[in-house]
Design a binder for this molecule. Structure first.
Ligand SMILES: [Zn+2]
Length: 212
């Protein structure tokens, strides 16, 4: 896809996420890998009103070369790309249900959500929890980096998900699947539930090897 089309696609999908309440205020950010660097949504911008021409462009060394200044959370994206050479795009949101799950006391830090549906297993698989760090703390980048070689999706404690995909639409769909599964998980709290069995999960992994 040409850079111009990628820019339009970022604006279109960011607006769609915003209009459906998956992101709000100036939170959330998106990046796409290009042959000669990266596109990233600008700092302080609403995902509902991204101007394709003002999207930040970074060169292969991560230096800002054009457009508005990139998101302050750009280090989350570069930490993930560094470990995942096949990742073509990354989405990071503060989506409510995913954040709610990230604040729960009794969750498995190695894999936060149970395999409630086949599509969750196919699009996310396992989801580790990254410990809480203040915004901008470079230890957060280090913690993401340590997990990113084994996981294309991670959940930042008391903060939100970071999800890589082969393409931007893949990353967006996976982030939406995660948010909806978090919503299901919360709706089922206190109820006896029947997640997929280990055998069912293994079978799905064979049929649909995880992308990126
Ligand atoms: Zn964030």
């Amino acid at each position: 896809m040409s850079e111009a089309k990628q820019r339009d696609e970022i604006a279109r999908l960011a607006k769609s996420l915003f209009e459906r309440g998956l992101t709000f205020g100036s939170s959330g950010n998106i990046s796409v890998r290009l042959d000669d660097g990266w596109l990233m949504t600008p700092t302080g911008s609403s995902m509902g009103a991204i101007d394709p021409a003002r999207i930040s462009k970074l060169d292969l060394r991560g230096t800002h070369i054009s457009g508005d200044k990139p998101t302050k959370e750009s280090f989350l994206h570069t930490a993930m790309y560094d470990q995942r050479p096949n990742a073509g795009a990354i989405v990071h949101l503060h989506s409510t249900h995913s954040v709610a799950v990230s604040c729960l006391h009794d969750i498995d830090h190695n894999n936060v959500l149970p395999p409630l549906t086949a599509y969750y297993v196919m699009r996310i698989g396992t989801l580790p929890l990254i410990p809480y760090f203040a915004p901008g703390d470079m230890d957060l980048a280090r913690a993401v980096s340590e997990m990113a070689n084994r996981h294309h999706a991670v959940l930042l404690a008391n903060h939100g998900p970071v999800v890589a995909g082969k393409s931007l639409s893949d990353a967006v769909y996976a982030t939406e699947e995660l948010e909806e599964t978090a919503k299901l998980f919360l709706a089922l709290q206190g109820m006896r539930t029947r997640p997929l069995t280990d055998d069912q999960v293994t079978d799905l992994r064979k049929r649909f090897p995880t992308q990126t």
